[in-house]
Ligand binder design. Structure first.
Ligand code: SAM
Length: 282
């Protein structure tokens, strides 16, 4: 007995150290993903944030269903839906997967020092690498360690041929819509590949006193969070209207404006929050 136990301990420690080393070699993590053996990826989204998002998202039963995760990044939501029994999960992304996070950060600092506007990063040699996909290393590591069967598609959802993608019972569209220059076009495409429900999570705006008017804020540069790929931030009426105009039959708001917003004086400045919506095809 004691011999077996002694053999197990160093093996477990070695496995943990090896996982930790590999996690540490990835320069940027978006998601905190539990890789077992006490190893957690150090994501910008902490476990507490992800737990709260999952709670608010109110995912439907996934047993035997197909799931598409658009904008998967490190894959937290792809892996969790697989673990919750989805029969097939596809993780789709392109932008952050093709970006070299270290080179991108250095290039952005260089532009700041020089006082020049940061050009679209997908046009910068040495920062954008569609062949090597340096920003996909975190997803790939988790996929391997978790022995996952999640499939991957490297593509821009806005321009790809959707007939190659097929359709899915549940489509996750989390933190993506405000990156779309043409949100209605994106939602029409989303509707066309959704069989059951699309779950949309987004930065939202709230104009006190204008709750029932569909309004979106436009960010022409990097005004929102210093990110020049953030374009449109809708209010709840706007997002619901966009979904219905794009062919979804019914929309349920799962996470709306925080309660204290209701006491803001009508006409006062817009405030932001994160919202979650379920858009159903029937
Ligand atoms: C803010 S992150 C959200 C990541 C993850 N869905 C989450 O909620 O934690 C936005 C992600 O969407 C991806 N993305 C943005 N536009 C996209 C598009 N047109 N096609 C595919 N992926 C896109 C980005 O590369 C990035 O991984």
């Amino acid at each position: 007995m004691s011999v077996d136990r002694n053999a197990e301990i160093p093996q477990g420690l070695e496995r943990r150290a090896a996982k930790r080393d590999r996690v540490a070699q990835i320069p940027k993590w978006w998601h905190s993903i539990d890789l077992g053996d006490g190893v957690l990826t150090p994501g910008h989204k902490t476990p507490a944030i992800l737990e709260a998002e999952l709670h608010d998202m109110d995912l439907p039963s996934l047993k035997g269903r197909s799931v598409l995760d658009i904008g998967a990044w490190d894959g937290f939501y792809s892996f969790i839906t697989e673990q919750r029994g989805a029969a097939r999960v596809v993780a789709l992304d392109h932008f952050v997967w093709a970006l070299d996070p270290v080179a991108a950060a250095a290039f952005q600092r260089h532009c700041e020092r020089e006082g020049v506007v940061v050009p679209p990063l997908d046009s910068v040699v040495g920062v954008w690498d569609e062949e090597g996909l340096p920003g996909k290393a975190g997803f790939d590591l988790c996929h391997e360690v978790l022995a996952s069967n999640v499939e991957t598609v490297v593509a821009d959802f806005n321009t790809m041929d959707l007939s190659t993608l097929g359709s899915f019972d549940v489509v996750l569209y989390l933190g993506v819509i405000y990156h779309e220059p043409n949100p209605m076009n994106a939602l029409m495409r989303l509707r066309s590949i959704t069989e059951g429900v699309a779950i949309i999570e987004s930065e939202m705006t709230y104009f006190p006193g204008r709750e029932h008017s569909p309004i979106a804020e436009f960010f022409p540069g990097a005004e929102l969070a210093g990110d020049a790929t953030n374009w449109w931030v809708p209010n709840a009426a706007c997002l619901e209207g966009l979904c219905r105009a794009s062919g979804f039959a019914r929309v349920e708001m799962k996470k709306g404006p925080p309660r204290p917003f209701a006491s803001l004086a009508p006409g006062s400045e817009a405030v932001h929050y994160r919202g979650i919506f379920h858009a159903f095809v029937e």
